[in-house]
Design a protein around this ligand. Structure first.
Ligand code: GLY
Ligand code: MN
Ligand code: MN
Length: 509
């Protein structure tokens, strides 16, 4: 008997357990799904098993089968266009995109699984040890997608849960063919025989799956025709522009993280541990539906905020110190990335306020500048110049009528870039240059900072101040839209929210 018949929960149990949390419509959907006997469990949420997450035809929340098909068609078109432009003699193309494999901390203890982003973008498949193979002739209009999923294995499924079996892949993922992984090598060999002048598209440099990599290497070893190239940059060019569904997911990811920041700010009080703020922001994101934090957050109290990649998060934050928190969440595969810095007791000192005002004003100015669609590198130069001017006005940078000098001096105090692309990955689409102009549909961060160490040579009263303010910005035809706008950053509001914790403490005394 197939394993899935054992693991299907009793429909009445589902209805009973969700009654309190689900709307009538969702309850009816669950009941309907149970009634029509779509009882097969897949290796990831599906509309029939998770109607509170997925609507009809959605492979992942908000993203329908047709959108995934469209992404694959665009990739095929881009590859063929590139081949033609470069006078390639290829008559056929084979694009191989592997999933990641599971990674283990020790023995059988897994790390949290994270899918190869390019594979997830093209298929929506969230399972390890799977692989997409797209074949296309030189016109591309009738390309074929085979999705290889894990072979049935009753024993493994008893331990790890159900898998999406190959026969279910076409219906669920909208691919042409579902095949077991054990057939991958044979399939590639038969393509090689059947398709003359075959060009291979595979990312040799960032191969996410060792076994699949070996199969592809064997293919190349045996092949007389050794044309190959990476499809990575073509996929990143698609991922760079967010669709309507992706913008909605990014907005939700930013909303969740923004609310988590508000809760964390109002929870903070002198003497609190960085670990407690870490736990609070994590909890507040997950409780709102995010699966995971998008990266190990920086929770840096006092002077530790001047260490840009501080993630130990194991110190206490004392009265009159600030805390810098850089955190974001992953919501159904889409990442937010927000930084706020606030006084732990709800009141900036004079020096903290002076520096905070500079970072905030510059950050707002840079967001406004996005309307002119500069490149991210141009935005970085603007940041250096604007920070330099303001620090000079404050007397922290010497007077010299030379922009280069100002920018260099500012770069000493903010030694990181002001922006990166944002999307499914935090540092999204890394093969895309930061030297291209912004365009509608792109999402970027704007994150200036000032970090003043003892070595800066600045007056002592500023030492140990580290401030960054980071927002996530969608570029539209009507100008920039700050997706993280619900996360407060103006001085009065930040002070008011950050003082809530201290007020509650004194009431409890
Ligand atoms: N949180 C990583 C970054 O801001 O780039
Ligand atoms: Mn960032
Ligand atoms: Mn960040």
């Amino acid at each position: 008997m197939a394993l899935h018949t054992f693991i299907i929960p009793d429909p009445f149990y589902i209805l009973g357990s969700t009654k309190k949390f689900c709307s009538k419509a969702v309850q009816n959907k669950i009941k309907g799904a149970c009634d029509v006997n779509i009882k097969k469990a897949f290796g990831q949420p599906a509309p029939h098993s998770h109607p509170h997450l997925l609507g009809d035809d959605e492979v992942t929340p908000l993203i329908k089968k047709q959108e995934y098909q469209c992404r694959r068609q665009k990739l095929v078109d881009a590859v063929i266009k590139h081949a033609k432009k470069n006078c390639s003699h290829a008559e056929n193309h084979m694009i191989i995109i592997p999933s990641t494999s599971k990674k283990y901390m020790s023995d059988k203890i897994p790390y949290v699984f994270r899918q190869n982003t390019d594979f997830l973008y093209l298929t929506g498949c969230q399972e390890p040890d799977t692989c997409a193979v797209i074949t296309a002739g030189s016109h591309g209009s009738n390309h074929r997608v085979a999705l290889f999923t894990r072979d049935k294995d009753d024993h493994a499924e008893l331990w790890d849960g159900p898998r999406t079996h190959p026969e279910d892949a076409p219906g669920f993922f909208g691919v042409d063919q579902g095949l077991p992984m054990s057939d991958l090598s044979k399939y590639i060999s038969s393509c090689k025989k059947a398709l003359p002048h075959l060009s291979l598209w595979y990312d040799f440099e960032a191969a996410p799956h060792q076994d699949i990599h070996k199969i592809v290497c064997d293919y190349l070893h045996d092949s007389s025709n050794k044309t190959f190239d990476s499809p990575r940059n073509f996929i990143h060019k698609l991922r760079l522009y967010k669709s309507t569904a992706e913008v909605a997911l990014m907005q939700r990811s930013c909303d969740i993280a923004s609310k988590a920041f508000i809760e964390t700010m109002s929870y903070s009080r002198p003497g609190i541990g960085e670990n407690q703020l870490f736990a609070k922001v994590d909890y507040e994101c997950r409780v709102r539906g995010a699966e995971i934090l998008a990266y190990p957050p920086v929770v840096a109290g006092g002077t530790r905020a001047t260490t840009i990649h501080y993630i130990n998060n194991n110190q206490l934050v004392f009265n009159n110190e600030m805390v810098l928190v850089d955190a974001g969440c992953e919501y159904h595969g889409y990442s937010s990335d927000i930084t706020r810095t606030w006084p732990i007791n709800g009141r900036f000192t004079n020096q903290q306020r002076e520096i905070y005002e500079i970072v905030l004003d510059v950050q707002k100015e840079l967001i406004d500048l996005c309307a002119k669609r500069p490149s991210l590198d141009a935005l970085f130069e603007c940041m250096c110049l604007l920070l330099g001017k303001r620090l000079q006005e404050l007397g922290l940078i010497g007077i010299q009528p030379n922009n280069n000098y100002l920018m260099q001096a500012a770069y000493q105090l903010c030694p990181h870039h002001v922006s990166h692309y944002l999307g499914m990955d935090v540092h999204d689409t890394p093969t895309i240059s930061r030297n291209i102009k912004l365009e509608p549909g792109m999402i970027v961060t704007v994150e200036p900072g000032i970090y003043i160490t003892e070595k800066s040579g600045l007056p002592k009263e500023y030492h140990g101040i580290g401030i960054r303010i980071e927002d996530d910005v969608l570029i539209t035809v009507n100008g920039p839209v700050v997706l993280s706008r619900k996360c407060p950053k103006d001085i009065c509001e930040v002070e008011q929210i950050a003082s809530v914790g201290l007020e509650q403490c004194s009431k409890n005394v």
